[in-house]
Design a binder for this molecule. Structure first.
Ligand code: AHR
Length: 307
């Protein structure tokens, strides 16, 4: 067995397929669908047997799935934690069963770093910062307050926490930026629309929408249009992810800036899984490389966008 603690019954010796239990957050967004597809396709390509479980955005379902993977003695457990806290007990159970755990996409806030071997995913603070930096530049030299409404991701999730703090940090030097309303839209289109409708009713003046993901931005665009306003013009929009639907909206002038978050983690994850199982050392943290898009850049990238 590998020094990563691999103790599962399958995957030992030759002729056995490596078995990975993967607990996915859900299917809340276009990003998530692309992430699931990437992981499933890469597992197939790598000859890895993937036990896939969809938690429907509930931590209790993820904990159940992880326990079931432990019981099934999979070789490696990988998961994208829906929220940051509350994982120590179940991760300790995996450790006691000598099954290595890899975090993908989202982090946990466990103090005990021995509970997982690696974390593969984006730097969400950096993403929030890019959104804020864009805003600062966009309004440079323009006088007057800028009222911002924020659609937050799932409460307690790493991307919601980090994109909020990264953004706040980037704009804090300029008191003209006022976040006048901020609420969770749970990373979904439906909730994004619903919360934006409420913002439009309660806020007399909205200059900018900052959405923690594209699906919420796309839902909000519907709400803005139904209220008789022009998204991208009357209300400027900055979002995160870079999915195809958002690029289409950008090509129509409805989103002004999109910070990329790459969901295509499958190949890197399978690579990690194999290394961990082989007892090779792996980096504790692997950050995804990503950029950001203006409407012109998004329009140009649209024909070849994979997700
Ligand atoms: O954890 C990544 C985030 O989760 C993506 O930005 C969002 O679209 C997804 O639901």
């Amino acid at each position: 067995c590998g020094s990563g603690g691999g103790g599962g019954s399958a995957g030992k010796g030759s002729g056995h397929k490596l078995v990975v239990g993967f607990s996915q957050v859900g299917a809340e967004s276009g990003w998530r669908t692309a992430n699931t597809k990437s992981i499933q396709e890469s597992a197939k390509k790598a000859g890895v047997e993937l036990k896939f479980s969809d938690a429907q955005q509930k931590q209790e379902n993820q904990i159940k799935a992880i326990r079931s993977f432990i019981q099934q003695k999979v070789d490696v457990i990988a998961f994208s934690p829906v929220v940051e806290s509350g994982w120590d007990t179940v991760l300790k159970e995996a450790k006691d069963a000598h099954i290595p755990v890899i975090l993908t996409d989202r982090a946990v806030d466990s103090k005990d770093e021995s509970l997982y071997v690696s974390f593969l995913g984006s730097d969400f603070v950096e993403e929030g910062k890019k959104a804020g930096d864009w805003l600062v530049k966009e309004y440079q030299g323009k006088p007057g307050d800028v009222n911002v409404v924020q659609l937050e991701g799932t409460t307690g999730s790493a991307p919601a926490n980090d994109r909020k703090s990264g953004f706040a940090d980037a704009v804090k030097g300029e008191p003209k930026f006022k976040v006048v309303a901020s609420q969770t839209g749970d990373f979904t289109r439906a909730k994004g629309k619903e919360v934006m409708q409420a913002f439009l009713k309660s806020q007399p003046k909205i200059d900018v929408l900052y959405a923690h993901n594209d699906d919420m931005a796309l839902g909000a665009i519907q709400a803005i249009e139904e209220a008789g306003k022009k998204p991208g013009t009357d209300i400027r929009i900055v979002s995160v992810d870079g999915v195809k639907d958002a690029f289409t909206a950008m090509s129509q002038g409805k989103i002004n800036y999109d910070v990329e978050c790459n969901p295509l983690l499958g190949d890197q994850l399978m690579d990690l899984v194999k290394k961990v199982k082989a007892g090779e050392s792996v980096p504790r943290r692997i950050k995804t490389e990503e950029g950001a898009f203006t409407p012109e850049q998004a329009t140009a990238a649209l024909p070849n966008r994979q997700y």
